[in-house]
Design a protein around this ligand. Structure first.
Ligand SMILES: Cc1ncc(COP(=O)(O)O)c(C=O)c1O
Length: 349
């Protein structure tokens, strides 16, 4: 039995155990169902076994050696990956502008950080993808135990993970891919290739693009390293089973025909938006991150117009462009509104 069915299981046991709300005192009533499903590791429920089954099913679906559910975001996934393969004094190669959890992970493992830089994309003034050519010189001068790549970048530039994995294999180095923004990739051939089957460790946030609750995430591995010890350092001993069950439901949804249809519709609709706004300049490798630039406007100006005039808020802005993040829950209506706004703004400039 997986987690979802376990939480639905009828029961006539009187629990003298945690949690203390006893699944019937709903202090924050709006979250009544959350309290009802908030169980602990009791003999009746045995949620560890259900979690194990759900994670094994996920690993089978993703084609990995192991997949683990995380309820503290990709942040905890990156730290788990680094703790599991880096020992005190080992060198870890990380991107200078990466999410802070990369640096924190190396610090927690007692490793030594070596930073690499990525050139800027000349059109959008954001970091480009990482390539073996950028990384190779660091391997010539140092023994590197692990490399962390952010792919996709926040703005949707995707690295050639297979080529980077080959480089790592040559130097006996673990490859950790921060795919926090790429959790939809395994579910559509129209999106970039996911790292889950290639990298030693891949970390994905379900909450960012795949419709998950904050802060649900996954860590996938293709090594023989058992993550148990590292996970015990990054996780609470009282996990939220409703959140864990939402991960199981999330994966089931993404692989379902409804999930696939929604994702296909999303990609179709963004393709149409791009066609219907010929004056806009779009970029990036991942169509679901609408990276857009309009000649004659700075990114900040574009962002301000979208917000003030059209009540549209973007995810990120810089001096030349704006990025509007889409995910499995982005409706056609919302994209209709964005298309109208981008068309109108681009015609005026
Ligand atoms: C590239 C990248 N990696 C990791 C993280 C951390 O993810 P989470 O919020 O799921 O912990 C973020 C969050 O913004 C991110 O952008």
């Amino acid at each position: 039995m997986g987690l979802i069915n376990l939480l639905r299981k009828k029961c006539n046991i009187s629990f003298f155990t945690t949690p203390s709300h006893s699944r019937c005192l709903f202090i924050f009533h709006k979250l009544r169902n959350l309290y009802k499903y908030d169980i602990s590791e009791t003999e009746f429920h045995n949620p560890e076994e259900a979690l194990k089954k759900a994670e094994e099913a996920a690993a089978k679906l993703y084609g990995t050696k192991s997949t683990k559910f995380l309820t503290n975001g990709s942040t905890s996934g990156i730290i788990t990956a680094v703790l599991s393969c880096v020992k005190k004094g080992d060198n870890v190669l990380i991107w200078k502008d990466a999410h802070p959890c990369h640096k924190n992970a190396v610090e927690l493992a007692g490793g030594a950080t070596i930073y690499y830089q990525i050139p800027q994309d000349p059109t959008f003034k954001v970091a480009q993808k990482t390539s073996p050519e950028i990384l190779e010189p660091y391997f010539e001068n140092n023994k590197i135990k692990a490399l962390i790549i952010t792919s996709p970048t926040y703005e949707g530039f995707v690295s050639d993970i297979k080529a980077i994995k080959d480089l790592c294999a040559k130097h006996n180095c673990y490859l950790i891919v921060d795919e926090a923004h790429g959790a939809l990739y395994p579910f559509s051939e129209r999106l970039p290739q996911s790292a889950v089957k290639i990298a030693d460790f891949t970390v994905q946030s379900l909450h960012k693009t795949a419709g998950g609750l904050n802060p649900t995430a996954l860590i996938h591995t293709n090594t023989n390293i058992d993550l148990k010890e590292a996970l015990s350092k990054t996780n609470t001993t009282s996990p939220s089973y409703p959140l864990l069950a939402s991960i199981e439901a999330n994966i089931n949804f993404l692989k379902s025909s409804r999930g696939k249809r929604l994702l296909n519709n999303l990609i179709d609709r963004i393709e149409i938006l791009r066609k219907n706004c010929p004056e806009c300049i779009f970029g990036g490798d991942d169509i679901t991150k609408i990276l857009v630039k309009i000649e004659g406007l700075t990114g900040y100006q574009l962002s301000e117009i979208l917000y003030n005039k059209y009540k549209i808020e973007d995810e990120r802005t810089n001096e030349v462009c704006s990025m509007l993040l889409c995910g499995i829950g982005t409706s056609t209506q919302k994209l209709d509104k964005l298309e109208k706004a981008l068309f109108a703004v681009s015609q005026k400039n």
